[in-house]
Write a new protein. Sequence first.
Length: 112
Amino acid sequence: MGEPQIGSLGPTTGEEGFLGIMQIPGKLSDALNSPDDKIKITINSGLSELGQAQLMSHELYGHALLFSRGEPHKHSVVSDESGGFKEGNRALSKQILKSIAETTKNYEQRKK
């Protein structure tokens, strides 16, 4: 598998815009701070059912899982040799791609 490009870690449904966010306890930028000592995940309710499931997987089984393990959990955008951008946090990208694939498989099996 090649290096994930920015955007390839989102829903496979093609939906764009504000998709979702994970807020964590602490004193980071206001957008990332949880209002209490709990992890909060917000998913755009305007997304399709599959898009919502994939974004929940991205946030929960990607960012939140790595955060709870004390591992780097934020996206790290780096430029690539072609002048584009890719995800620099390999552990995060691997975890998100794995979780989205599993979520999609489960979703499709449920729809049969």
